[in-house]
Design a protein around this ligand. Sequence first.
Ligand SMILES: [Mg+2]
Length: 348
Amino acid sequence: MEKNNKLRESRAVGAILGGAIGDALGVTNEIFPRADSLDAIHNDVLLQRLHFDGVQTEIVGGGPWTDAGLFLEPGEWTDDTAMMLCVADSLIVKSDFDAGDLMSRFFDWYERGYNSCRAHAFGVGRVVKRALENFDRANPGNPAGGSDPARDAGNGSLMRLAPVPVFYNEDLERAISVARAQSACTHHVDECLDGCALMTFLLWNGINGSKREEAGGLLNRCSGLSHPAIRELTEHADRWERLHSADIRTLPGRCVISLEAALWCFLTTESFEDALVRAVNLGGDSDTVGSITGQIAGSFYGREGIPERWIRTLKFRDEIEARAVALFQHGPWDGESMDLDRRKIPEA
Ligand SMILES: [Mg+2]
């Protein structure tokens, strides 16, 4: 495995930027039927949202909040990235995982829009919302996320994950244990804990120099997975090429469903761009599948593998990248270059 620090930093930055770009690219199609089923659409309201030529390849904003009066500009992103930035901030400021601090930051986002690209939080997932409403800020102690496998196995702890392997980029065991612990804050079910462990294993190896061609084979080297459906994702590396778009679901926004979709997009393409275009055109929970795919693909293709036109369009890209570098290098908090609050985009 290569130990080229420049390459490792590029891949670390790629994982964080990739997650935000997948979110910003995917939001347009959120809750929208997938491109390959457009023939079946006879709903005028949905058709009005079809402002690309069947396949989306550009960051154009919009998405499901448009109908409620919140039109996202191109490059704005949602809860996935806001929560990812909270994970990043907590690790940078506390120099280690601190569940109470992390939950307080999630709560600040939820309550006053901290790290949102608007002045308030939007798109708060159901499982996250329940965990935050049960959180006692005066007594952060040991936050306990939802633990009902039927209800709480959402994809919300995958979509914010990249800061963990980026920060613990020299200690895989610690990265995996913190990945599980950050999930438990909101999603305390085996499916999510194992899903985060597997995704961290892949991201960590990507950051540390594994090649895209090795990624499929890497999965079954991830040990300690107990959830059968997550473990199944690691078996039969040749399964991915046999799956077709029609076999891949993105709804409901369940952990194993989203992870399978993201892995399929990553493992059946050969560039960051192709993986992301595939992911967001699956429709459904496209911002989160985009975010998960972007984190994984970014950790293998690096910052250089991300199309420059997408990076240029991303809102707060400098602040996001500054966090990625600080996480990777264990640098201090740089208020000037990292503060989103200072530069809030005003409400429309
Ligand atoms: Mg979202």
